[in-house]
Design a protein around this ligand. Sequence first.
Ligand code: PEP
Ligand code: MG
Length: 899
Amino acid sequence: MTSTSNASTTAPRDEEARAIYDLSEGSIEMKPLLGGKGANVAEMMRLGVPVPDGFTVTTAACVEAMDKGGEWPEGLWDGIQEALGRLEERTGRKLGAAENPLLVSVRSGAVISMPGMMDTILNLGISDESVEALGKEADSPRFAWDAYRRFIQMYGEVVEQVPAHVYEDALAAMKSDRGVEQDTELSAEDLQELVQQFKDLSREHMGEELPTDPREQLRRSVDAVFKSWLNPRAGVYRKANGIPDDLGTAVNVMQMVFGNRGDTSATGVCFTRNPATGAKELYGEFLLNAQGEDVVAGVRTPKPLAEMEQVLPDAFRELVDTMKRLEEHYGDMQDMEFTVEEGKLYLLQTRNGKRTASAAFKVARDMVEEGVLTREQALRRIEPAQLDQLLHPAIDPEHGQEPITKGLNASPGAAVGEVVFDAETAERRGKAGDAVVLVRWETSPDDIGGVIVAQGVLTAHGGMTSHAAVVARGMGKPCVAGASGLKIDAKGKTLTIGSTTLREGDTITLDGSTGEVYEGALKLVPPQVNEDFSTIVGWADEVRRLQVRANADNGDDAKRAREFGAQGIGLCRTEHMFMDESRLPAVRRMILAESDEEREAALAEILPMQQSDFEEIFTAMSGLPVTVRLLDPPLHEFLPNLVDQALHVQRLELQDGDQRELAEARHLLAQVKKLTEQNPMLGTRGVRLALMYPEIPQMQVRAIVRAALKVKADGGDPHVEIMVPLVAFDEELRRMREIIDETVAEELEQAGQELPYTVGTMIELPRAALRADEIAEHADFFSFGTNDLTQTGIGISRDDAEGAFLSLYVDQDIVKRNPFSSIDRDGVGDLVRIGCERGRSVKPDLKLGVCGEHGGDPASIGLFNEIGLTYVSCSPYRVPIARFAAALAVLDQRERDEQ
Ligand code: PEP
Ligand code: MG
């Protein structure tokens, strides 16, 4: 068995690498150089699977051309002509010749598949000379003239930038003139006339004759495919999928085989398993007498693959055998394209199939049970993001509403949003934070920007393998495709289904799992994880080294986190308990207190509330560690906003009302003014606040100890860890530890009980990371607060940057990713590394965790594993993803060590 998915993505750049390989010379190992399509077709040829002959221009040649501003590497054109000569010899045909003409396809083929994003030219080689011969061969002049008009249409549009509508309008005019509806009803003579019209139209738009020499067309086509790597939609797709911009695309030149040579010809796509459910069953679609693009573009509605058995039995049997063989060979579910030309089967492409999350889990589990994969190989077949998809909410099954229409269940999950009819509006509104559903007749690759930000996609046309379906599945985005009852008026911005008309801005709900569409916003329910999911995450647990905890600050979240497999709580933010409306008045009394007594009284009110929260959490996490962090935010966060309060005072003054109320409002305003800071994130918060008002941490520590003792008395097993935020100096932690230890001792003495506990600190300021050795003297554990460490390490505001320059930085590649979602490996990551090394230099067994957002981000988890942290802590829903990503991190590390 060959493993394909792990192949490196970077092509060798050595001088010796050739720019062109015949398909017979390639293999899957050469994927970085030949791209996915080229390497897979070569591999199939190696295995003896029938494929059209051809050659591949390498990704390295494309990269070199891009590096030189589009200028081709020296000798490339000569090399292509030689490879073409060899192909002509092998096939006994000549490109564009009047006898035995060779026709080729010119297709892009990136290392990482980017469906539909780059360019393809079919039927190249058809010309005034060869068209007759082709017609004779196929015994159908109509077929030849149709191939010719398709070629000019595709070539003109892709290579010479003639607007698509120019040809479409001419085709439509011809059909209307002849009084027919379908392209297929046009005669050979009609098509011949259309070819002439297309040539004239091309000349008008190009300002020169359409080149007639197929070799020149080939040269320009290869160039256009190179350049399509840089087209905007491909760029957007790469960014959305984290594909590097510098990989380039290969170009595959392959002999054309025709699925439209009559009723013994066909074209289709198939998967070796059902990509929506993962079931091992025949899955695919085909069209008799059609070209491949007709299936993918959803222009005609294809038939289920099973029906091919009746019409093309031999080709069908060979296809089924080939599917089985290729799946075994690659050790993964395959997505294949095929053509049958006059009864003979050809495979045009095979690749690891994109699948829904639930299918990915089922396929991986089944393949282990079938003995095709080991557990570790099966883990590799799943993307961490797919766990996220399974953990998405679904529509409440109790909704009781009738759907307004039903289409294909193209990509699962529920989406609620306002209808928009074009990708640009979707993009603009989605980026502004609005929930939108993109509704299109059918999507095209140009819609990609809108698809990315939409909650879901609804199309009126196209099948399970149409563009919208493939792209949405790949992104884990709910999609209902081919809802044919839908009438869309994109200009008037309305959609009509039966008697219901919806306008832009109206809300709809999609159920991508059933294909149903509902008017209005339906209630969503939390996701249900199934047995395949639990089994595979269980396998991840056998591999991973990092522990996974959750960030939770109430009993419910703690319970959910435990159900998801959290091994404790890595961060309980105690301030969230203060924000509750029923508690805020007491908290404000504490802040506004004018004497120690007043403050003590307010704290005494808050203590039992905190205690009851802690009891719930310790109970839910009995037997597992719970890190409780002492109060972190600046106090003004618990007070009204300065402007609002000033306006409130002004209003009361104008009303000349209750004097007591006015006095209280003025007092509050004065306090807000006093506590307001220019840079609150760098101000009186965390340990600084605790040292200014030690009675606050004292109250919190008492609440923690009392809660733990109560849970213990009830038979629970609390593991208490107390954490101090925002420490920069070792002296801060030394003093805080003294306060904590003294308070715990007092409480335990009063209760006459024992309670093991530890005291640690957040490392979330650069100084703390740099002086971690000094700080470690007073800490039993560190937890890296990578949110604040990113803010202070890079010097960017976590509250403002993302809405300001940071999105531009990400768009323009000044930074690769948003550093608040995925850790800045080189900068902030280094601070974490330094903090670990220095901390462990004085305490080799120091427990080290991370509890910022990055604790649930798969890419960051790779780094934390490498650095040697003890655990990551993330939100409850991300716990399974973190468990899984931690296993992948170990496998990646092992692979790197072996190299
Ligand atoms: C952090 O800074 O990473 C952290 C976890 O703390 P908070 O987000 O509460 O500041
Ligand atoms: Mg913080």
